[in-house]
Ligand binder design. Structure first.
Ligand code: UFG
Length: 337
């Protein structure tokens, strides 16, 4: 019998790509998702790619009784916890909503994992937990100081999980700190489908390329970087998804371990635009505007620890990220809608 994994938020962008890689690695998958930021169609697409159909529970982790039904029906070997709100700007407007949804849902989940003796967790954290004062590349020992409520929910959950492990050394926990996931499955069947106007760079670029949006605003040209625009560590979502499988496979002994998930390379906004144009043969019109409040100049990972301990390395380059983002968007101009 294959190992059975519960994936919370498994219908979302990173979740759905991870479900595909779990199937490729021979796992059995159960999804819980409240579909506030995802679409049931993704399940058909996962089926097209893998010829497998996950059981899906359309429930909210805040309603613990609903989640308990799932635990009572299945014996899980582990949990990958993606579910949560993730818009930085919205989190500054509605902090309580973010603290409630992200933190309480994680507490409900861990309570039930305790009760049903499933003490094996991979948690979706973020590079946003790091202080902007760290020198780049930043490793897992970097100073922690998120600059917005969304980032603080990730840090607080990390702290809760560290306390949980201190209190009960049976737990096996991996915290994965993602840098900037982009791209899509190479089939073009699943990808990122943000509701409304995208906040993030890559979906904005692909929407300019389809003509859905007119012009990309480049936030800032006076950062101390190669060309003045902000630098980030973009990572192909399939590489990131494979990192979760490696984390699960590694998570056999009790402990709490933290890994950066990035490539170790930084690209500026203007370099990403150029790469996209080269990979897709399309022109992206853009204009340079003021910095976006809250943005840092440069963020990129030191991924050495994940290479050494998980034997994982991001393999896809920026051109492949752009090519696959475009394949997805051009085949699905309105995402799953
Ligand atoms: N950018 C633009 N124009 C846009 C959107 C973004 O120039 O329309 C720039 C940003 O200024 C930044 C870069 O593109 O320099 C990347 O911006 P994203 O919004 O795509 O990503 P961020 O690095 O700001 O945020 C991401 C995740 C967050 C996470 C954060 C920190 O979206 O969830 O990384 O790790 F918190």
């Amino acid at each position: 019998m294959a190992n059975k994994i519960l994936v919370t938020g498994g219908a979302g962008y990173i979740g759905s790509h991870t479900v595909v890689e779990l199937y490729n690695a021979g796992y059995e998958v159960i999804i819980v998702d409240n579909f506030v930021n995802s679409n049931l169609e993704v399940i058909n697409r996962i089926n097209e790619i893998t010829h497998q159909k996950p059981i899906v529970y359309p429930i909210d982790l805040l309603i613990k009784d609903d989640l308990e039904k799932v635990f009572s029906q299945h014996k899980f070997d582990g949990v990958i916890h993606f579910a949560g709100l993730k818009a930085v700007g919205e989190s500054t407007q509605y902090p309580l909503k973010y603290y409630k949804e992200n933190i309480l849902s994680t507490i409900n989940l861990c309570d039930l994992m305790n009760k049903y003796d499933v003490k094996n967790l991979v948690f979706s954290s973020s590079a946003t937990v790091y202080s902007p004062e760290n020198e780049m590349p930043v490793n897992e020992e970097g100073k922690l100081r998120p600059s917005n409520p969304y980032g603080r929910t990730k840090l607080f959950i990390e702290e809760i999980l560290r306390d949980l492990y201190q209190a009960d050394n049976d737990w096996r926990i991996v915290l994965l700190r993602y840098f900037n996931p982009v791209g899509a499955h190479e089939s073009g069947l699943i990808g990122e489908s943000p509701k409304g106007i995208p906040n993030n760079l890559m979906p904005f670029i692909t929407n300019v390329a389809t003509g859905n949006l007119k012009v990309l605003k480049v936030f800032g040209s006076d950062y101390d970087t190669v060309d003045g625009s902000g630098v980030r560590d973009y990572i192909h979502v399939t590489d990131l998804a494979k990192g979760h499988v490696k984390a699960l496979q590694k998570n056999v002994n009790p402990g709490i371990r933290t890994y950066n998930m990035g490539t170790g390379n930084g690209y500026s906004v203007l370099e990403v635009i150029k790469a996209f144009e080269k990979a897709t043969n399309r022109k992206i019109s853009y204009e340079i505007v003021d910095r976006r409040p809250g943005d840092v100049a440069v963020s990129f990972a030191d991924p050495t620890k994940a290479m050494e301990e998980l034997h994982w390395k991001a393999e896809k380059n920026i051109l492949e990220m752009c090519r696959d983002a475009w394949k997805w968007q051009s085949k699905n101009p309105n995402g799953y809608n």
